[in-house]
Design a protein around this ligand. Structure first.
Ligand code: CP
Ligand code: NVA
Length: 329
């Protein structure tokens, strides 16, 4: 397989055909899992998961996927390894590369995951950095294809902090797969200009389009999918909440936003989400700012349009595909 030995650091490194191979492999693995057809193709191999930020989906998807493939797994959180404080990224990469067949990394800088990949000598997979969240995108593309029957020509609108890791990756994913991406956000939170140019140059070859708008009515019109993410990402200081709420309140995904979208439009969210008062942060924001729901209303989140739990499940099948494709010849 052409993907053998490769790292999965960002979608920009992959052609549309390679992304298609990963999506098709994900579908096969999902089908097999449903039918209880075992696929321990990597028995005897071992992977290590490095998490400098918290996670539910990504960690569990990597662990279960590795076990389904027959592999051993080590999980390291920020306080249980020497990485960063007592040992450089370069040295850590070379040590782990001698012991493991693959390395997953979630943390802050994209540069760290790129450095790990440069020095490890084994595939490194990006489980989220401040800049990109590429494994999330495979799950999102798979979910869109399952629900809408295609990717090409599908109009996806991201509402919210359009310069965050998920929005950046979604813009690139759509550009690669011939989709119409719209970032619907206040100007202050538009994606980085260089990345937009990069996405537009990819789009030229795939028939995709990349649009930025401040206007909700323009951004949501005829959308096939509305996508949002939390307004303040991991690693950002608490002090940004007030300003973020002020900027993003008009971009909440609610019934009004869906009123201009296609009738059968779906709702996507990478999760976790603040759609009610059942979380500590949700309650805290409610006390401080009076908001009972944030980036999405509870009614949209719980509606039949919402495909967020299929999307979450697809993290497992797509992450498994990435490990299988990059670790087997
Ligand atoms: N969507 C996502 O990456 O979730 P976790 O932070 O729980 O891994
Ligand atoms: N933008 C979010 C994504 C979480 C999966 C964050 O970085 O916290």
């Amino acid at each position: 397989m052409a993907l053998y030995g490769r790292s999965f650091l960002k979608l920009l490194d992959f052609t549309p055909e390679e992304i298609r191979v990963l999506l098709d492999l994900s579908k096969r693995l999902k089908r097999e899992k449903r039918l209880h057809i075992g696929h321990k193709h990597l028995t005897g191999r071992n992977v290590v998961l490095l998490f400098e930020k918290t996670s539910t989906r990504t960690r569990c998807a990597f662990e279960v996927a590795a076990m389904d493939l027959g592999m051993g797994v080590t999980f390291l959180d920020p306080v249980s390894s020497q990485m960063g404080r007592k040992e450089s990224i370069e040295d850590t990469a070379r040590v782990l590369g001698r012991m493991y067949d693959g390395i997953e990394y979630r943390g802050f800088s994209q540069n760290t995951v790129e450095l790990l990949a440069k020095y490890a000598g084994v595939p490194v997979w990006n489980g989220l950095t401040d800049e990109f969240h590429p494994t999330q995108m495979l799950a999102d593309l798979l979910t869109i294809e399952e629900k809408l029957g295609k990717l090409e020509g599908v109009k996806v609108t991201f509402m919210g902090d359009a310069r965050n890791n998920v929005a950046n990756s979604l813009m690139i994913a759509c550009a690669k797969m011939g989709m119409h991406f719209t970032a619907c956000a206040p100007r202050e939170l538009f994606p980085n200009g260089e990345l937009v140019e990069c996405a537009r140059s990819v789009a030229k070859n795939t028939g995709a389009t990349v649009t930025l708008t401040e206007h909700v009515s323009e951004g949501t019109v005829d959308a096939d999918a509305l996508y949002t993410d939390i307004w303040v990402s991991m690693g950002e200081p608490e002090s940004v909440w007030a300003e973020r709420i002020r900027l993003l309140k008009p971009y909440q995904v609610n019934e009004a936003a869906f009123s201009r979208a296609k009738e059968e439009a779906i709702f996507l969210h990478c999760l976790p989400s603040y759609h009610d008062l059942k979380t500590e942060i949700g309650k805290d924001i409610h006390e401080k700012f009076g908001l009972a729901e944030m980036e999405v209303t509870d009614s949209v989140f719980e509606s039949p349009r919402s495909v967020v739990f299929d999307e979450a499940e697809n993290r497992l099948h797509t992450i498994k595909a990435v490990m299988l494709a990059t670790l087997s010849k």
